[in-house]
Write a protein that binds this ligand. Structure first.
Ligand code: PMT
Length: 415
């Protein structure tokens, strides 16, 4: 028999979310998730299985969501207001968190033996399933088989997190933290409602500063925080691209959900990671990293003692990552950034030509309200001659907003 996915994509935008909670110690985290979903602007209705009510009371969820909690399939009072069919129709998205092993099995079988399972069959909304259980149970072939079946049926599976479990075991099976789950829901909602203008594209982005060792305790670096590169990673991901983010230095930002992050330190490390990424298939390369132009000729193997009144460091030039990738992989669409403090247009145009780029986004890093470390940026984008495009100014806005507009420009230029 051929199973066709039963959960057709919901129509954008996603506003109404059913949060379904099953029996497990992680059920308490769902109360936090309900709160975060509401704070993010979603309308939330909660379904709780009998098992879930052993861990958290419906009253808690009712107080948090401001809505009656649904627990019974055959509940006369619910049937008059919002029965299982109305509930199924109301939802734009259903999130089952935590999903117990028992629930996975029931959904994989297509059973309709309680409200949760019945709504899953009756809804046309997409269903995200977040399994959470003891690590040994999660590893069991029957549970894995049911999970795979749910994937085949069109459910969206969220991998459980690894770590210490309530029972004392260590391994995979923890419910991800509510903030992480919220990010996944937001990502899912954005993808549903946003045109996938980079669908099928592989994008590599460099971000942050590089660190060039002087000795084991000291280094040369700069003020880049990685914010611009991370914003671009989110924007490319939301536009449907598969994103690899090569992060230099000591960037302390959370990895955007769904993005592959690679940590490097120096310019040489970054070049190696960039080359590997280009080699393994890359359509668009975006260089937001503030790469140190020079490194010490030889980093001292031991801490340098401060015995002299003055000292001289001999610096040698670092490889130019952007220019190297552009030269060696001419098929990749190359987007550079230019950090300038004066004669912005002149320097941007000369970098565009010298590094053989398709586009360059030029920001004025002498301003304290944009550029390095700020949450905002402003820039002018210049294009290679063959595109015959006038420079496009992107007026001051959040780095996320600037990144989204850059992604649109990239997509327009590519097509
Ligand atoms: O990280 P944030 O705090 O959010 O700050 C963002 C930013 C200001 C760092 C960013 O918007 C920015 O301007 N990045 C480019 C910084 C830079 O090094 O510019 P540049 O003009 O020196 O270099 C030109 C281009 O060549 C850049 O794309 C750079 O990544 C690349 N380059 C430079 C030198 C080198 N050895 N290898 C490179 O790939």
């Amino acid at each position: 028999m051929i199973f066709t996915p039963v959960n057709k994509p919901a129509k954008p935008p996603i506003k109404n979310v059913i949060l379904a909670i099953t029996g497990g110690i992680a059920a308490y985290k769902s109360a936090f998730l309900a709160r975060l979903l509401i704070k993010s602007g979603f309308k939330v209705r909660v379904i709780m299985t009998e098992g879930a009510q052993a861990f958290v009371t419906p009253l808690t969820l009712q107080a948090l969501t401001g809505n009656e909690v649904h627990t019974e399939l055959l509940d006369e009072s619910a049937e008059t207001g919002m029965g299982h069919i109305e509930l199924a129709k109301w939802a734009d998205l259903m999130v089952i968190a935590p999903a117990s092993a028992n629930t996975l099995a029931r959904l994989a079988m297509g059973m309709a033996d309680d409200l949760l399972a019945t709504v899953c069959l009756a809804t046309a909304a997409p269903v995200m399933v977040v399994p959470a259980m003891n690590q040994q149970m999660w590893a069991h072939p029957a549970v894995q088989l049911n999970t795979q079946t749910l994937g085949d049926l069109g459910y969206t599976l969220i991998e459980p997190a690894r770590g210490e479990q309530a029972c004392g075991d260590v391994g995979a099976g923890r419910l991800p933290e509510p903030e992480v789950l919220l990010e996944q829901v937001l990502h899912f909602a954005t993808r549903q409602s946003q045109p996938q203008i980079l669908a099928g594209k592989q994008v590599t982005i460099t971000a942050g500063p590089t660190i060039e060792a002087i000795d084991p305790v000291r280094y040369l670096s700069n003020h880049s925080t990685g914010k611009m590169g991370f914003a671009l990673a989110r924007a490319c991901r939301d536009a449907g691209a598969e994103v690899t983010l090569i992060v230099g230095g000591k960037v302390n930002l959370p990895t955007p959900f769904g993005v592959t992050r690679e940590e490097v330190l120096s310019a040489n490390d970054m070049l190696q990671a960039a080359t590997e990424s280009a080699e393994s298939g890359c359509d668009i390369f975006i260089a937001t990293a503030a790469v140190a132009d020079y490194r010490t000729r030889d980093a001292a193997p031991q801490k340098i003692k401060k015995t002299q009144e003055s000292m001289t460091l001999e610096l040698v030039k670092n490889p130019d990552i952007l220019a190297t990738i552009s030269q060696e992989y001419p098929e990749i669409f190359m987007v550079g950034f230019a950090a300038e403090t004066q004669d912005v247009e002149k320097y941007a145009r000369s970098k565009l030509a010298a590094k053989q780029l398709d586009m360059i986004a030029c920001n004025d890093v002498s301003r304290s309200d944009i550029g390095f470390a700020s949450d905002d940026n402003a820039m002018t984008v210049f294009f290679a001659n063959q595109y015959k495009k006038q420079p496009v100014p992107l007026e001051k806005a959040s780095k996320d907003n600037i990144a989204q507009r850059l992604v649109t420009l990239i997509s327009d230029t590519l097509s």
